[in-house]
Design a binder for this molecule. Structure first.
Ligand code: CU
Length: 140
């Protein structure tokens, strides 16, 4: 009887242990960009954050899926790292100067932001059809 109880305790402890050791989290959010070059840049930025084990951006849906260790980083740091290389996410906007540093064709239409956009008409919403993907960076 006694051995049975302690065995159960061990099993329960093991279960608890493996559960708490697994603090990885997967999240998906929007990151603005255009092409394959953007994809590499965005994923590299996300993966450069300590604790991120996987980052995968889709240029069609503009969604990034990141897997990270919650005990080492948080989602804000990932958004910030991406913004730092010039890409807006739905949480953090890139600085104008970082955006300007992007390769010409990577200068995606920014989500409606403050003033200084160069009067580009007709591209307000890119939601819906994905026909607007530019292909100036070659192999797509
Ligand atoms: Cu690009």
């Amino acid at each position: 009887m006694k051995t049975k109880i302690s065995l159960m305790t061990v099993i329960m402890l093991l279960g608890l242990f493996s559960f708490s050791a697994k603090e990885t989290k997967t999240e998906e959010f929007k990151v603005y960009g255009n092409c394959g070059m953007c994809e590499k840049r965005i994923e590299k930025a996300a993966e450069s954050v300590k604790g991120v084990t996987k980052a995968d951006w889709d240029k069609e849906t503009k969604m990034i899926t990141v897997t990270y260790d919650e005990s080492k980083t948080d989602i804000h740091k990932i958004h910030m790292a991406i913004a730092k290389v010039g890409h807006d996410s739905d949480m953090h906007k890139a600085a104008n100067e970082d955006y300007d540093k992007l390769h010409g064709c990577c200068q995606y239409d920014r989500p409606k932001s403050k003033a200084n956009m160069n009067g580009h008409k007709g591209h307000e919403k890119s939601e819906g059809t994905s026909s607007k993907t530019r292909s100036c960076c070659g192999k797509n």
